[in-house]
Design a protein around this ligand. Structure first.
Ligand code: GDP
Ligand code: MG
Length: 162
């Protein structure tokens, strides 16, 4: 069984960009994974020598109602299915209300979670990353999903101890 990595976070932080980078092709979808839905996308990643299943989610705000609540449910299910959760935030935005809501949830569940501050290209990565320590989820890993910066280091951190 390959380890399962879930990409969660509010919309627009770069989850799908990272998913596409990790899976490289759009036809890397894992069709026989149980519970495949429109809102959770499964792919097989082979990156930097690491093989794993990666789940892309539609995004979660923390205050959803109606259709949004169903979407949020998908994120929670992805967290449940995962061995490792990559909680993605936007390094340029600092902590938003939605980030705080998801952080609160992730602090309660017993899941190996890494905070990933995306979009560190063109900004002071250290300053941007340090903001997110306040969420109480440990170290913050800066990446630029669009360019690949920091992704290998992140995966080394996720998988070396497994
Ligand atoms: P999602 O809603 O979390 O899946 O986010 P997307 O992957 O769709 O990305 C949202 C936006 O952020 C898109 O316009 C991406 O091009 C942009 N984006 C993603 N990764 C990066 C990055 O590393 N740097 C910058 N500058 N923009 C990024
Ligand atoms: Mg997306």
């Amino acid at each position: 069984m390959l380890p399962v990595v879930a990409l969660v976070g509010r919309p627009n932080v770069g989850k799908s960009t990272l998913f596409n980078r990790l899976t490289r092709t759009r036809d890397a979808l894992v069709a026989d994974f149980p519970g495949l839905t429109r809102d959770r996308k499964y792919g097989q990643a082979n990156y930097d020598g690491y093989q794993f299943i990666v789940i892309d989610t539609a995004g979660i705000h923390g205050d959803e109602e109606g259709v949004d609540a169903a979407m949020a449910g998908q994120s929670l299910r992805a967290i449940d299915e995962a061995d490792v959760v990559l909680f993605m935030v936007d390094a340029r935005d600092g902590i938003t209300v939605a980030d705080s809501a998801l952080a609160e949830y992730l602090r309660k569940v017993d899941k190996k979670t890494y905070v990933v501050a995306n979009k560190i290209d063109g900004i002071d990565a250290e300053v941007a990353q340090s903001d997110f320590f306040e969420m109480g989820l440990g170290d913050v890993y800066g990446i630029a999903a669009a360019h690949g910066r920091g992704v290998e280091q992140l995966l080394d951190k996720c998988f070396r101890p497994l």
